[in-house]
Every structure is written in C-alpha cells, then in structure tokens.
Design a protein around this ligand. Structure first.
Ligand code: PNS
Length: 162
C-alpha cells in the first residue's frame, strides 16, 4: 500500500479548532499530513511565520502523522518538493467555494498532476475563521472555545498593549 501524503496549506494566523477538525478528520484519509504555513508578503499577519509554526506544533503534538512546515513561492512547487500529490483544504460555506475553486483551478493549470481534496468543516465550526478569532480577541472577547489554550494565551499577549 502506498503512503498517502497530503499538504494542508494556509496562513494559519492563528490556527483554530476548525483547522484542527480538518486535520484530525484528514488523518482518516491520509497517512501523513504536512501543515504548510505560507510566508505571504502581501498579507500583514498578526503572528510571524515562526510563531504560527510554533502554535501549530503545540496544537498538533498529539496528532501522530501531522508535521508542520512553512513555504514560500508557489504551492505546486512546494507540493513537489514534499513528494505529495494532494492538497487538502477545508470548506466551510458557499462563501468559501469561489475562492477555493479559483485556487484549485490555478493550481491545476500550473500542475495538472496535482489534486485538491476538500473536506467540509464540521458544522459547529462553520462560522469560525482566524480573522473572526482575531477580531473577537482584539476587543477582549473570549475565544477559549474557538482556539487551543496556547493560542488564546498568545492572542491575549499580542493584544495586551492595544
Ligand atoms: O489560509 P489561506 O490564506 O486562505 O491560504 C491560501 C493559500 C496558502 C492556500 C494560497 O494563497 C497559496 O497556495 N499561496 C501560495 C502561492 C501560490 O501557489 N499561488 C497560486 C495559487 S493561489
């Protein structure tokens, strides 16, 4: 049997329970999942790549088969360096569909061998996004049920001086 590796790319600024839900369910389909944090020069992230990787490593420590990495440049090139042919993405709602369709289509155009596998986010996390979590935390809202404790603490620290 072949060892099935998927790449789970994203900004993860920061990781939420929605991402972890996709990862734990993804492990039922793939033997190994590499979470790949994008160095995105066009976005202005709250957490540095190093911080995001660290928070992801803490959050996935109990998920054997999950590794955390970071990448720059085209996703299709990164996927090849990892000898993986599949990209895993979560879909929350119709609103995600157009964006995801565009990403999957351009990736297919750039590398016809690459497949994108979508997994529906569990309904209890369908409203959850890193942006919403940051917004809530910035104004002192509780995010304890939305992100792991380490992430909630890191958010508190970031916004302590605002
Ligand atoms: O969590 P995000 O920000 O929605 O993830 C977007 C991501 C990282 C999947 C996408 O921006 C990406 O793959 N960027 C790398 C550059 C690239 O390959 N671009 C072409 C496809 S959009």
């Amino acid at each position: 049997m072949s060892h099935k590796i998927a790449i789970y790319p994203g900004s993860f600024d920061p990781v939420t329970f929605g991402h972890l839900d996709i990862l734990s369910r993804g492990l039922q389909v793939f033997d190994e999942i590499i979470v790949a944090v994008l160095h995105n020069s066009r976005k202005d992230p709250l957490f540095s790549v190093e911080e995001r990787v660290h928070l992801l490593e803490q959050a996935t420590a109990d998920l054997s088969g999950v590794h955390v990495d970071h990448f720059e440049g085209l996703l299709v090139d990164y996927v090849k360096t990892q000898h993986a042919g599949v990209v895993l993405r979560g879909l929350r709602a119709i609103s995600d569909f157009e964006y995801e369709l565009q990403i999957a289509a351009i990736n297919k155009h750039l590398d016809s061998q690459m497949e994108t596998c979508f997994m529906m986010t569990s309904s209890k996390y369908s409203f959850l996004s890193s942006s919403m979590v940051k917004e809530a935390a910035r104004y002192g809202g509780s995010v304890d049920r939305l992100v792991p404790a380490d992430v909630a603490a890191a958010l508190k620290k970031k916004f302590a001086n605002d």
